[in-house]
Structures are given as structure tokens and as C-alpha cells.
Design a protein. Structure first.
Length: 121
């Protein structure tokens, strides 16, 4: 079921519940497909996450035609890093400041840890 932002935005509350129920049923029917390794994060975003944000009233696809700096949602892979599980836990547990210019994490105890980027991913 493909429905666009303006249709969701203009829907009444009861209609939104019905739309959400239909999306849940779609998920149930396609569950085996969604569990496949070939079904990736981008597909989840396109099929479900964007839909849920639209249902909540966000203009995910920028149908309002706003310039980049005024959009409600931006899609940029340049702000994402892949880190090993150990560093992932450390980053979430300690919440360091990330200095983008120098590519370092600065921890509360003063420790600075430079990223070693693997550009071959």
C-alpha cells in the first residue's frame, strides 16, 4: 500500500489508525521476506520507517519543496560511521563529544581518540 504524505496529513485520526492497521497487515504477510538477509536497512526505511514518520505528520519526502536546511528530515549517509561492537558500546555508554573536523572523540575524562577510517567499505 503506497500512500503519499499529503493523503496521510489530511487523514483524520480514525483513518490513520486504519492506515496503520493495513501497514501492520502488510508486514505480517511479508514477514518471511523481511527476515531475509537481502532485505536491508534502506528497504526497511523506505517500506516502514518513512511511512510511520509520515503518519506522525513529518514531511519525510520533502513534498513541501523546502530547501535542505529547512527540511524536517534529511537523508545523508555522510554523517554515519560504522564502528566495531566494542567501540559502539563505549560510545553509547560514555557519550563523548565528536569533533568532525579533527575526526576524534573527546571523552569527559579528557581522553581524545582519533578515528582510523577504512575507506574500503
Amino acid at each position: 500500500m503506497n500512500i503519499n504524505y499529503s493523503e496521510i496529513k489530511s487523514s483524520e485520526y480514525i483513518d490513520k489508525i486504519s492506515i496503520l492497521k493495513n501497514k501492520i497487515e502488510q508486514y505480517r504477510e511479508g514477514y518471511a521476506q523481511y527476515k531475509q538477509q537481502s532485505y536491508n536497512e534502506t528497504q526497511v526505511r523506505v517500506d516502514f520507517v518513512n511511512f510511520l514518520f509520515q503518519l506522525l505528520g513529518w514531511d519525510v519526502l520533502n513534498e513541501a519543496g523546502l530547501p535542505q536546511h529547512l527540511r524536517e528530515v534529511t537523508h545523508e549517509a555522510s554523517n554515519q560511521l560504522i564502528v566495531c561492537p566494542n567501540h559502539h558500546s563505549i560510545i553509547h555508554d560514555t557519550n563523548p563529544v565528536f569533533d568532525r573536523r579533527r575526526l576524534i572523540y573527546i571523552y569527559k575524562n579528557g581522553l581524545e581518540q582519533k578515528l582510523a577510517l577504512n575507506r574500503n567499505l
